[in-house]
Design a protein around this ligand. Structure first.
Ligand code: RB5
Length: 149
């Protein structure tokens, strides 16, 4: 399993904490930046990670900005991406089990690194349940087909 990581300055410290966790667990990752707390624009990093996942260079993505919202909106513009902003462990589990999220977005100004790592641990350990949920994912794909020309 390979994870694509990205953040802006507001999520940089969470990205670094998640890197330490992934290294401890022996999980492979690619860091698409940013590299410091210097102010940058989050769409670029959301796009880089979303493309890495959509093009199957990585299996999943984890992206962080101040709230997780801006970078998730950017990532969700890439066809095939289902990015969920998560601030609790239950939603982390459900976003994989029910929504088959392939990118997790976290807010560096919303949650601390301890909770972020717990969310990542849960998210990576949870499988998509399929069944009736696949029908709903198919519905999302239909919307994408209608509007993403
Ligand atoms: C940057 O100040 C901030 O707007 C960004 O990190 C993010 O929270 C946007 O959604």
């Amino acid at each position: 399993m390979k994870i694509a990581l990205g953040s802006d300055h507001g999520g940089f410290h969470l990205k670094e904490a998640i890197k330490i966790y992934l290294e401890e667990e022996g999980i492979d990752y690619e860091d698409y930046g940013t590299d410091s707390t210097e102010s940058v624009d989050y769409p670029l990093y959301g796009l880089r990670v979303a493309e890495a996942v959509a093009e199957k260079e990585c299996d999943f993505g984890i992206i962080c900005c101040g709230t997780g919202i801006g970078i998730s909106i950017a990532a969700n513009k890439v066809p095939g991406i289902r990015c969920a902003v998560v601030s609790d462990v239950y939603s982390a589990q459900m976003s994989r089990e029910h929504n088959d999220a392939n990118i997790l977005a976290l807010g560096g100004r919303v949650i601390g690194p301890g909770l972020a790592v717990k969310i990542v641990e849960t998210w990576l350990a949870t499988e998509f349940a399929g069944g009736r949920h696949q029908r709903r994912i198919n519905g999302i794909c239909e919307i994408e087909k209608k509007y993403c020309k």
